[in-house]
Design a binder for this molecule. Structure first.
Ligand SMILES: [Zn+2]
Length: 192
């Protein structure tokens, strides 16, 4: 077999990061440091000295494999932000409610609305909405008595929401702050 070159995005791999060689299907585990199944050819770091890319070679078929997605993986682990499954009060395909937590600590909740026939019609000229697609999210962040929600905390939250509800863009995400039972508008994610 002549060597070939492939790219593998680690963020698309489930579980422990193992993946079959795109060519010969031999299972490669980046965590296997013995390098029995592969050889590291190169590691590429970003400006901040984080691992950006790794080039390895399959020991079985000699294919060269570019491993990508290290930064996205690290980021995901670092924020610890999680969106819950739909809460019992939800109406699938219409409006779903979710809690937002960070490392188990409650941040607030999210209401997601999905495009109905009339929404698809109303948006027709400005945006191509598909029936049942999420098109609005209202995020209510509960602030502690003595502190406000920090702006720099919002970006990882909106990122997580967009990842979870495919189709949502920053303009669809409305952020609110709840403090002592009173709600105030923070703004749209696109205005931050
Ligand atoms: Zn191979």
């Amino acid at each position: 077999m002549t060597p070939k070159s492939f790219t593998v995005d680690l963020t698309k791999i489930k579980g422990g990061g193992e993946f079959p060689c795109p060519r010969c299907n031999k299972l490669i585990s980046p965590e296997d440091e013995t390098e029995e199944t592969y050889t590291i050819l190169d590691t590429i770091m970003d400006d901040e000295d984080h691992l950006e890319r790794m080039v390895i070679q399959c020991n079985t078929c000699e294919s060269v494999i570019n491993l990508e997605g290290f930064e996205a993986l690290a980021e995901e682990e670092a924020t610890g932000i999680e969106v819950s499954d739909a809460l019992p009060d939800s109406k699938t395909g219409y409006r779903t409610l979710h809690t937002l937590t960070q490392e188990g600590r409650s941040l607030g909740q999210i209401a997601v609305e999905y495009a109905q026939k009339e929404d698809v019609q109303a948006f027709k000229r400005i945006r191509k909405l598909r029936l049942g697609e999420p098109f609005k999210a209202t995020v209510t962040l509960v602030a502690a008595e003595d502190a406000s929600v920090k702006r720099e905390d919002l970006s990882p939250i909106t990122k997580e929401i967009k990842k979870r509800f495919k189709g949502l863009v920053n303009q669809d995400i409305y952020l609110m702050e709840e403090k002592g039972g009173r709600k105030t508008v923070i703004g749209k994610a696109s205005d931050l």
